[in-house]
Design a protein around this ligand. Structure first.
Ligand code: PMP
Length: 344
């Protein structure tokens, strides 16, 4: 009798169904029960695997994509990596327009995954022809047989999380979740997950994490786009200088803002206290939990789920590099207790 071989047909079968992990140490002095949905367990090490696979498969179902076609996207890195990964397995070309704010590590990874990469200046307005939005649009118009994913303005970004992340969290918590806390960039993660969870239980509170220098919180509060809110900041993938239609603001109860500095330190603290080596925005999300706890948002009965979007390996030249931290003014060697290297 032939032994069954236990193998996946491709890496794509491993997307989604990420674990929920209880946070115990970092939350020791905080009220409530905290659980992290750790998206680094996706094969592309971020939550963006979900939208890449979902949006590409929807295009295939509609007959828009055929083998040999080209997929184009703007991305801070994670979505690009996921699209490149899915494209390799499914036989598509991949063109990516990325912001110059993206780390060199991310850009090298995208190249390795077979993508053609265009690096565009970070601090120009979205309608500037050099912005990564405009570059992607132009490349789409110039490339025959191409599909533009357009994650900021694509409702399928929300649907991907409505179909996967939301039901997973509902099942993993046995419906006992009381609060969802998630970063908002395109807004796809928080909107799709929240939409599903609020359909199951409208009492679940949903809190978005935004960056200082981004317009999202003010827009949610006032319904108006306030350009005065916009200034450069360092966290990649969180907050925005425009209003994405992939954000359903009605699903979100409130936004809070976190700083570059506190988020970087909290990411390091997650590694040191929970053994979780996660990305900059995971630090931002955890920092958001701390701030919410400080203003008594939670009770001892609260079951809080926080989404950690990606893995720490993508930030080795930034928040996990002491020199970079010093250059930003984030790091004081005298007070840092994480320096534990001995040269023999
Ligand atoms: N964290 C990181 C590292 C990201 O790349 C993104 C996506 N821009 C987000 C958080 C935010 O997720 P979303 O786009 O679904 O709002």
């Amino acid at each position: 009798m032939r032994e069954e071989i236990q193998a996946h047909n491709s890496i794509l079968e491993l997307i989604g169904n990420t674990p929920l992990i209880r946070l115990s140490n970092i939350t020791a002095k905080m009220k409530g029960n905290y659980f992290a949905k750790v998206e680094a367990f996706n094969p592309g090490h971020s939550t963006k695997d979900r939208i890449a696979l979902y949006i590409i498969e929807q295009a295939e179902k509609k007959g828009i994509l055929k083998p040999g076609d080209t997929i184009i996207e703007t991305t801070s890195g994670n979505t690009g990596f996921s699209i490149a990964m899915v494209s390799i397995i499914k036989g598509y070309n991949c063109i990516l327009a990325v912001s110059s704010k993206s780390s060199n590590d991310k850009i090298s990874m995208l190249k390795t995954m077979g993508a053609k990469v265009y690096v565009c200046p970070a601090h120009v307005s979205a309608d500037d022809p050099r912005s990564y939005y405009q570059v992607a649009k132009r490349l789409h118009e110039e490339t025959k047989g191409s599909v533009y994913i357009n994650q900021y303005f694509n409702e399928l970004n929300i649907d991907a999380h409505y179909e996967t992340t939301g039901p997973e969290i509902w099942n993993q918590t046995n419906g006992k979740i009381t609060h969802l806390v998630a970063c908002s960039g395109t807004g796809g993660t928080i909107s799709g997950t929240a939409r599903f969870l609020k359909e199951q239980n409208p009492d679940i509170k949903v809190i978005g994490i935004d960056a200082f220098g981004s317009v999202l919180q003010k827009y949610h509060q006032t319904g108006e786009f306030d350009a005065n809110e916009i200034y450069p900041y360092r966290i990649e993938g969180l907050g925005k200088n425009l209003i994405p239609t992939a954000t359903d603001f009605n699903c979100i109860d409130e936004f809070i803002k976190v700083t570059d500095e506190s988020s970087a330190h909290t990411a390091r603290e997650l590694a040191g206290k929970e053994g979780l080596f996660v990305g900059y925005t995971s630090g931002a999300a955890m920092q958001g939990l701390k701030q919410l706890d400080e203003v008594n948002t939670f009770s001892s009965e609260s079951n809080i789920v926080v989404i950690f979007p990606d893995h720490g390996s993508r930030y080795m030249s930034k928040i996990y590099n002491d020199e970079w931290m010093s250059q930003q003014g984030f790091f004081d060697a005298k007070t840092e207790d994480l320096v534990a290297i001995e040269y023999i």
